[in-house]
Write a protein that binds this ligand. Structure first.
Ligand code: FE2
Length: 267
């Protein structure tokens, strides 16, 4: 029987872009059929060993081309940038499966489903990008999206607080205004894709909240205190970005207290 950690090992260390998409869908298909084994049969390699495909070229944010939505070039740069976000999200989902062992089987099933949905998001955006005559990898991409994975590789609670419940939760704040923007531009296809992504992302952040709470309860930590102290300790760059979408964040498992605290610690 196929094993989830073998899939994860290959996903993170030896996949081309297309291999990664295929094996992610295959692992999820097997999981749904009850043909995937969850036994931790191979050891975890350090996060420095994770390898991304040769393209896109990864550059620091300040060297990234500008993306104005008013021109085809700007739109192509925009869809390339968010396709890259989804591509890294596939890695993030596989990495949480791969790196943190000894959790209930449901944990691994949840994050494998996330990996599969992230792969679907990537595919939707890649098709959109191709309508501009550009494929994923043709343009450079933001190098910083994996930094938080590296900073949080040592502890599952830190990973959940900083990646799904901080970085990915930020997507819930910024996507609704983008959907509005594409409505104004009359691009129904972009509106459909971004709306689909937003719906799924609420679910992904909710899983972050679910497992964060589960692990806090297991260790007798207060959920809200723990979240706040981990953010203060590990969030680089001082103040958080504000503009929180309370409604979506509440449906993704944030409490009113957490949201009030975030507002007070943001600019
Ligand atoms: Fe996604």
């Amino acid at each position: 029987m196929s094993n989830i950690f073998k899939f994860a090992q290959i996903a993170l260390h030896e996949s081309s872009c297309n291999d990664l998409l295929d094996l992610t869908h295959e692992a999820q298909r097997l999981a749904l059929k009850g043909e995937l084994n969850f036994e931790s049969i191979i050891s975890v390699q350090s996060i420095e060993k994770v390898k991304f495909p040769e393209h896109p070229l990864l550059l620091p944010p300040r060297e990234m081309p500008k993306r104005k939505l008013g021109t085809p070039t700007g739109l192509a740069a925009f869809f390339h940038a968010i396709a890259h976000v989804e591509f890294v999200a596939i890695y993030l989902a596989w990495d949480i499966v791969y790196r943190f062992r000894g959790l209930p089987e449901e944990f691994y099933r949840d994050w494998l489903r996330v990996a599969d949905e992230e792969a679907q998001h990537f595919e939707l955006l890649r098709v959109k990008l191709q309508t501009f005559g550009v494929d994923y990898g043709d343009l450079p991409a933001h190098s910083g999206l994996w930094d938080l994975a590296q900073d949080t590789a040592h502890d599952i609670l830190v990973r959940l607080a900083l990646v799904p419940r901080c970085m990915e939760a930020h997507g819930l704040d910024v996507t609704p205004p983008l959907i509005e923007k594409f409505k104004q531009l009359g691009d129904d296809n972009a509106v459909d894709i971004l709306s689909r992504i937003l719906t799924d992302e609420v679910g992904h952040v909710a899983l972050g909240s679910k497992w964060f709470k589960f692990l806090c309860d297991q260790q007798n930590f207060d959920v809200e205190n723990q979240y706040q102290s981990l953010l203060l300790k590990y969030y680089k760059g001082g103040m958080l970005k504000g503009g929180f979408n309370r409604e979506l964040r509440l449906s993704a498992g944030f409490s009113e207290t957490e949201l009030d605290w975030l507002v007070a610690h943001s600019h």
